[in-house]
Design a protein around this ligand. Structure first.
Ligand SMILES: C=CC1=C(C)c2cc3[nH]c(cc4nc(cc5[nH]c(cc1n2)c(C)c5CCC(=O)O)C(CCC(=O)O)=C4C)c(C)c3C=C
Ligand SMILES: [Fe+2]
Ligand SMILES: [Fe+2]
Length: 353
């Protein structure tokens, strides 16, 4: 990929994730950043800021205890860095004549979006591909990250294309199916078993306002179940509820208790998180495992998150290639499901049609 003057073209791929505190002192400001986001709490700024400070203050103690179980901070950034390096290796093969670099933009902790936007501007790319590390689109995650990016990168160099979501991407589905089979094999295939696809929950009112997240999570789970073949008893469940509002269900915890009481073994796979972090390493591995054991579960198998599974990285590489190759990178194929933003959805195989 060279231009007419024979200069190597530069491609910046920006990977978005939520971010996590890098140590105990970062927990409170991280939580404050999260709860002051209008995509998380939809109140005017005058009310949102004091409420965010209050929730961050009250939640910080419990959150610090949970982060302490992982050494004090979140592994999300180091895990995302591994994904960035693996994707760079994939892209080096796809675009041998280009200089392709992956950047990480976190929404609520470092490296924050503004800092990454500066780094991308300094790189002076010809092409910028925005690639959320959220397979399923939500206004609370991808939508919020893209808004923050568009503010921070205004006037920046390069032609920008956006991958909005990839809930039923063939490579993503294959990677999930292989990880489930491998974890179940390693555990000696205990049966009868139930497979839970556990996704981060959302307040119900977010879904009622048109957020496509739940439908896309269900589409991912159905596609993975189809790939696994007959014989699996599976359900989609939602975890990590925060606050007093009604969240979407069924809750992972309730389903774990119910299946355990029926004497079923459990195979639990994260389905909307693509790397290990507090919600998998603490909630799934500690809290829910304990719930299962107390309720008499004969075997609790936790399937790892995607991480750098080769098929997953290949899917991301293909999504980047499709985004760059598309004729009109501003025309969306799925605006109605993606919050009305003019974003392109090259890799959803009909899920957004
Ligand atoms: C698909 C991914 C995620 C969705 C959807 C999501 C929505 C959402 N989250 C909160 C509140 C919290 N989330 C927290 C951490 C956290 N959440 C996600 C992913 C999604 N969140 C990630 C990747 C992480 C980072 C974990 C880490 O290792 O640091 C936290 C902090 C942890 C805690 O105190 O429990 C909060 C709080 C809301 C309110 C929400 C939707 C409205
Ligand atoms: Fe989409
Ligand atoms: Fe969250």
């Amino acid at each position: 990929m060279t231009d007419l003057a024979g200069k190597r073209r530069k491609v910046a791929v920006v990977l978005f994730n939520l971010g996590g505190p890098d140590g105990p002192d970062a927990v409170r400001p991280f939580l404050f950043n999260l709860f002051r986001d209008p995509a998380i709490i939809g109140l005017p700024a005058v009310a949102r800021y004091p409420i965010a400070a209050l929730i961050a203050g009250t939640r910080a103690k419990l959150a610090k205890e949970n982060y302490a179980l992982m050494g004090g901070g979140s592994p999300l950034l180091p895990e995302t860095e591994k994904q960035a390096r693996a994707l760079e290796a994939d892209l080096a093969v796809r675009f041998p004549d280009a200089e392709t670099r992956c950047f990480i933009a976190m929404r609520y902790w470092k490296p924050l979006t503004e800092e990454t936007a500066k780094a991308v501007k300094a790189f002076a790319p010809d092409e910028v591909v925005l690639l959320p590390l959220y397979p399923q689109y939500s206004t609370t995650t991808t939508g919020s990250s893209l808004k923050a990016w568009n503010r921070a990168y205004r006037g920046g160099p390069g032609r920008v294309s956006t991958v909005c979501c990839y809930p039923v991407d063939e490579a993503l589905v294959q990677a999930h199916a292989d990880l489930i089979e491998a974890a179940y094999d390693k555990a000696g295939r205990p049966g009868p078993a139930r497979l839970l696809f556990s996704a981060h929950g959302l307040p119900e009112k977010v879904i009622l306002a048109g957020d496509p997240y739940q439908r896309q999570v269900e589409a991912t789970a159905a596609a993975v179940a189809a790939r696994l073949g007959e014989g699996w008893d599976w359900r989609v469940t939602y975890q990590s509820r925060v606050g007093p509002m009604k969240w979407i269900g069924p809750s992972t915890e309730d389903e774990i208790r119910a299946a355990s009481q029926q004497g079923l073994a459990l195979v639990v796979t994260p389905i909307a998180f693509v790397s290990e972090h507090i919600e998998t390493l603490v909630e799934l591995d500690h809290e829910y495992r304990e719930v299962a054991i107390k309720a008499g579960c004969p075997a609790y198998v936790r399937v790892p998150a995607l991480g750098v599974a080769p098929d997953f990285i290949r899917g991301l590489g293909r999504a980047v290639q499709a985004a760059i190759g598309a004729e009109d990178r501003l025309v969306t194929t799925c605006a109605w499901r993606c919050g009305g933003d003019r974003i392109q959805c090259p890799n959803t195989q009909g899920a957004c049609a």
